[in-house]
Design a binder for this molecule. Structure first.
Ligand code: FAD
Length: 318
């Protein structure tokens, strides 16, 4: 079932959903199930599975030269989605990227998803590979997420890359895209970022999931600005509880989001990471309650491979 239909069916009640990462290469899928199991009692209508593109690593050879190797540390997005749908009978949403994909790769990826009975995709550009500063598209790939959304929408109309294909079956994907309450790192202004978000909707996206934020005001201002710009689709807030002191530096740097002083100072004063975890859960519960009171359609949690803190939050909130 499509995300937008889940929202319609909920009739104004806020739903609970979450995102997981595929395990590191070589790990068992059981580690994924162990994280999902404790969260199933909160009836998620869907579970997102992130996509991780290749990275370049340099291996030193015996002669001292460096060999560039391509590795994918977390493969398995599609397989995990299929396994989730089979085991839990809940919709799994694979993330799909521009980065590392040619248009042909994208088309074949989407054909696989269609055959697996997957109805939703989250369409993203992806970041630059770790060894590069700027994102660069594949030679025959997409430069921005709006182009990827456009290709998926074409397939939804039965238009494939090979124009000579006869009687091709239209796919039927509900397309989600990313939004940034504190603007995307590369965007010169919030206005331009919202302008390009609108482009993704125009190309066929029907809902937005936001980057994590720790101050609800940022989300409310973002939603107002989107509505003023004529974006009418649901904007689902993404939340992540802080769990370690290290994240105080890591989160702003990695995700380009701010942390409120009150939260930062509480974490700094916490005696250890167990105390930080409690602070993070409490903060996220307060955020969740305020967002529910404001009538958000879904609260989407970034689990990042750990479900115990998300469970503690969901128990208090749902
Ligand atoms: P875009 O929408 O293409 O925007 C990228 C930048 O370009 C923005 O600054 C935008 O303003 C600008 N822009 C957009 N269109 C145009 C245009 N036509 N012309 C000029 N400028 C333009 N990353 C992963 O690798 N795997 C994941 O699974 C993953 N999941 C995510 C889930 C969510 C909910 C979010 C919020 C992010 C996720 N990311 C993931 C990270 C994401 O890939 C990065 O934030 C990436 O840098 C931008 O992706 P985007 O789809 O927002 O890009």
């Amino acid at each position: 079932m499509k995300v937008i239909d889940h929202i319609k069916e909920a009739n104004g009640n806020t739903l609970f959903s979450f995102e997981i990462l595929p395990p590191l290469k070589g790990q068992n899928i059981q580690s994924i199930f162990d994280n999902i199991d404790p969260l199933m009692e909160f009836n998620p209508p869907f579970i997102d599975v992130t996509y991780h593109r290749e990275e370049y690593v340099y291996k030193e050879l015996k002669n001292g030269l460096l060999e560039k190797k391509v590795v994918r540390k977390r493969p398995g997005t599609v397989g995990i989605c299929a396994a989730i749908q089979n085991k839990y009978d809940v919709d799994a949403i694979p993330h799909i990227l521009c980065g590392g994909f040619s248009k042909e790769d994208t088309e074949n990826f989407l054909i696989d998803l269609g055959f697996l009975g997957i109805d939703n995709v989250m369409a993203l550009r992806g970041d630059a590979v770790k060894s590069e500063i700027y994102f660069s598209a594949e030679k025959e790939g997409h430069r921005y997420a709006n182009e990827l959304v456009g290709q998926i929408s074409h397939m939804n109309q039965g238009v494939y890359l090979d124009e000579e294909l006869q009687n091709s079956t239209p796919t039927d994907f509900c397309i989600g895209v990313a939004g940034y309450p504190e603007k995307h790192l590369e965007a010169p202004s919030m206005e331009s970022d919202i302008h390009f978000l609108k482009k993704k909707i125009k190309e066929g996206a029907t809902y937005v999931v936001t980057q994590m934020f720790f101050d609800n005001k940022k989300y409310f201002q973002f939603v107002s600005a989107c509505r003023e710009a004529g974006i009418t689709v649901p904007i689902i807030p993404g939340l992540k509880p802080i769990a370690t002191k290290k994240q105080l530096n890591l989160i702003p740097h990695r995700f380009s989001v701010g942390l409120p002083d009150e939260l930062v100072m509480s974490v700094i004063k916490a005696k250890d990471n167990s105390a930080v975890r409690t602070i993070g859960i409490e903060w996220c519960i307060q955020q969740s309650r305020e967002l529910i009171a404001a009538g958000v359609p879904i609260l989407h949690y970034y689990s990042m491979g750990k479900s115990d803190n998300i469970k503690a939050i969901a128990q208090s909130v749902f």
